[in-house]
Design a protein around this ligand. Structure first.
Ligand SMILES: O=C(O)c1ccccc1NCC(=O)[C@H](O)[C@H](O)COP(=O)(O)O
Length: 208
């Protein structure tokens, strides 16, 4: 059985993208949210994308962006898929005719992934993160891994405060399709650490 997939998000430099792939990442994420320390512009994302080897997914991440801004990224960067991290409606998400994953803000007390799956049936997956609705991710914080949370029959990506030390427990708790990490493999916001990326993927492989 294929190991749990790994997305390393918040890539801002070509060297970090290459190191992520060398470590075994299946996907890298570009953050198109101006207030993030991991924000990249279209030309930066395009240059990194052009440096990538084949068969690595490139995820373009947005938080309540203007539709025109999303389309500009699609047209110029040609990402593999989109990630909507804010309060984007199902109609907004499907309007781009691109595969997408929708973030579920597990920082909300009543977060119900099964309900989100029902509301976004066309999503290619749900990314369960620790943020509150409409708030940024990349905070390095876990959400409460309650044992009674109903999980939908849709590919789940677990995110929020993961690192090489706790990702195995996340995999045992959720049996996810993939895990997503940003802070836990960084030496500074937006600066990825190759050794931490290798340790993270190794931990996923051991657990998966
Ligand atoms: O990473 C960011 O700076 C960010 C900013 C605004 C919206 C979303 C953002 N990241 C979303 C991700 O998918 C992160 O990888 C996820 O929140 C996990 O981050 P971390 O807890 O730092 O591993």
């Amino acid at each position: 059985m294929k190991r749990v997939r790994v997305k390393i998000c918040g890539i801002t430099r070509e060297a970090d993208a290459r190191a992520a792939v060398t470590a075994g990442a299946d996907a890298i994420g570009f953050v198109f949210y101006a207030d993030s320390p991991r924000h990249v512009d279209l030309d930066e994302a395009l240059a990194i994308s052009r440096s990538m080897p084949p068969f690595v997914a490139r995820v373009a991440l947005f938080l309540d962006a203007a539709a025109a801004d999303v389309q500009a990224v699609i047209d110029r960067v040609r990402p593999s898929m989109l990630q909507f991290h804010g309060r984007e409606t199902p109609e907004y998400c499907r309007a781009f005719d691109m595969p997408y994953i929708k973030t579920v803000p597990m920082g909300e007390a009543d977060a119900d992934p099964a309900a989100w799956a029902g509301a976004y049936p066309e999503a290619h997956g749900l990314l369960l993160d620790a943020n509150r609705a409409g708030a940024a991710g990349g905070q390095g914080q876990r959400f409460e891994w309650h044992n009674d949370t109903a999980l939908p029959d849709m590919p789940l990506v677990i995110a929020g405060g993961l690192d090489a030390d706790n990702v195995g427990a996340a995999i045992r708790r959720f049996a996810p399709y993939a895990v997503d990490v940003s802070s836990g493999v960084e030496s500074a916001p937006g600066v990825k650490d190759p050794e931490r990326m290798h340790a993270f993927v190794d931990a996923v492989t051991r657990a998966g």
